[in-house]
Write a protein that binds this ligand. Structure first.
Ligand code: AMP
Ligand code: MG
Length: 407
């Protein structure tokens, strides 16, 4: 079976994948959730002309020959409008957020005034409209300010609240089941026996899934037997998760049983070999679930770096698509290459690279050892540096394309 290009593999993962159903959530619970509808302002902000400062509301025409005394006829604070009208020769004491009284058009800050009883002397003229926020300068009722498919930021929640929405319609969170495989794996904190290592992949995969907006079910670590792997696959199915994420057991060795176990459960395989480094034995397929859409299965390689890079490249876009996000793919950026690179072969390379901000820009330098088992350089790296299949040799200082971690 030929290796599948990365773009084609990703297209297969995303094909026929519709956003999950929608639900209503309270604003306080909506951070990171993806809007199912366009959100329209239910009110105008500010709803009236208001003062931007503490000072005096007046008519600019009255103070062209300042210094000039005016009669203070009332006071306006935020939430306490002034019912009367300010006539020529008059002013109203006003505080930030106070509604401009009828007849006024300008606010002079208190620092430029002298108060004496009900008189205030304005010391300098001011341009008409100074220190006034006009009605609707932020937004107007009916404006569409947040579009469907947007993942809600902290600032979006502020805006949605200001638009007077107590709840928002969002897509259901995808649920990911994370399953490790391997007789050699023990949990962190344990006492490794001969030949044993510590289970690490799942911790990054869980954190990455959550960062991409998913809820995670931990299916633990299966022994390298068809029975144990099969039992845990069935658990994922019963839990009706949207994505089953396995790691390890994905090559063609005698102990690499994941694909076999999945096939025994009825896997509809899309691919299992990608023209990618690290991560060639990356697999995708679908498993039907009772009464609902098929569950995606991403079979990640066991080597920690490969598992992470594959999840970054395939799982994150899949979770975004399931979440209803309009921006399914993560944007690549350009950087300055920090060292010479040789020509590439037929597999796309995703080099772990450190990032350094220099005077001439952002410099990406691949770490020395690109072995797919090395977790220390992965943690040091700030990005993946992308080398297309058959990319020609590249010189230090030339432009390169990167995919930043910590999206
Ligand atoms: P496998 O695909 O199962 O042959 O795994 C490839 C390599 O990755 C082996 O050295 C495994 O010990 C290692 N490995 C597999 N799964 C994990 C895991 N969850 N955490 C850390 N290392 C793993
Ligand atoms: Mg294994």
């Amino acid at each position: 079976m030929a290796l599948m290009p990365v773009a084609e593999a990703l297209a297969q993962v995303l094909a026929d994948t519709a956003p999950l159903v929608t639900e209503d959530v309270a604003l306080a619970d909506a951070q990171g959730r993806v809007l199912a509808d366009n959100i329209t302002a239910l009110r105008t902000q500010p709803p009236a002309n208001v003062s931007a400062m503490d000072g005096y509301a007046l008519r600019a025409d009255d103070i062209v020959s300042a210094p000039v005394p005016l009669t203070v006829i009332g006071e306006v604070a935020a939430g306490h409008p002034f019912a009367g009208r300010v006539e020529t020769g008059q002013a109203a004491r006003i505080f930030t957020g106070g509604v401009m009284p009828d007849g006024t058009d300008t606010v002079v800050i208190q620092e430029l005034t002298r108060r004496d009883g009900d008189k205030v002397t304005i010391e300098k003229p001011a341009a008409k409209g100074r220190n006034v926020r006009s009605a609707g300068i932020d937004f107007r009722q009916g404006d569409v300010l947040l579009a469907a498919g947007r993942a809600l930021s902290d600032r979006d929640l502020m805006l949605a609240a200001a638009m007077n929405h107590p709840r928002l319609r969002v897509h259901r969170r995808p649920v990911v089941a994370v399953l490790g495989t391997g007789d050699e794996l023990i949990m962190p904190g344990g006492e490794p026996g001969p030949g044993q290592i510590v289970y690490s992949n799942g911790f990054a995969l869980t954190a990455l899934s959550r960062a991409a907006g998913a809820a995670v079910i931990d299916l633990g670590v299966a022994r390298d037997t068809l029975d144990d792997i099969g039992a845990r696959i069935r658990k994922a199915r019963e839990a009706k998760v949207d994505v089953l994420l396995t790691s390890g057991g994905a090559s063609v060795g005698d102990h690499d049983l994941v694909q076999k176990a999945l096939k025994a459960e009825g896997l509809d395989l899309s691919f299992w070999r990608v023209a990618l480094r690290p991560g060639r034995p990356m697999m995708h397929g679908r498993l039907t679930r009772d009464g609902s859409d098929a569950m995606h299965v991403l079979g990640l390689p066991g080597n920690p770096v490969s598992s992470y890079v594959c999840a970054f490249l395939f799982l994150v876009p899949l979770l975004r698509k399931l979440s209803g996000r309009a921006d399914t793919e993560m944007p690549t950026e350009t950087a300055i290459l920090g060292c010479d690179l040789p020509a590439n072969d037929e597999r796309a390379d995703y080099l772990r690279a450190t990032l350094e901000l220099r005077d001439d820009g952002l410099v990406a330098t691949p770490v020395q050892n690109q072995d797919s088992s090395l977790m220390a350089p992965l943690a040091q790296a700030g990005c993946l540096l992308i080398r297309e299949p058959h990319a020609p040799a590249a010189k230090a200082g030339s432009r390169c394309r990167i995919l930043k971690f910590g999206f």
